[in-house]
Design a binder for this molecule. Sequence first.
Ligand SMILES: [Zn+2]
Length: 143
Amino acid sequence: MPALPSSEVCPGCGAVLAPVSDGGAVHPGASASCARLFEVTLRGLREEAPADAAAATVVRQADDAYDAQHPVAGDPARLRAALDRLGVSLDGTSTVVDRPPGAWRTTIADVAADLDVIDLAVLVESWARSVHHDWSAAASSRT
Ligand SMILES: [Zn+2]
């Protein structure tokens, strides 16, 4: 009987996570375990978002950061839109999409790991900033 691998690498952000066997959250471009972690981490805020504008802003930024880190092959418009919103929400600039970064400084796994000690809104903003920066650095390092 084949054993489940003890970890899987997300094809989008590279996060190494224990595999989940029961499906659940799905995000194109992401491993099931990564999509699940994102869903679980944001669940509370997502429930508050309809009645709380601040929570809604954080959720939107998290969705854009996640989309920017998990590009969907064949759907460049989704990536483009996510990067545009990220840039505008952070510093008013738009990232030039050239090629994806080779590595990410921060992923949803880092956000989830710090959740006990740091407010989610702070973590999401710093994650979004790092994703935006990684894309900008990749765009400007082309030869
Ligand atoms: Zn991922």
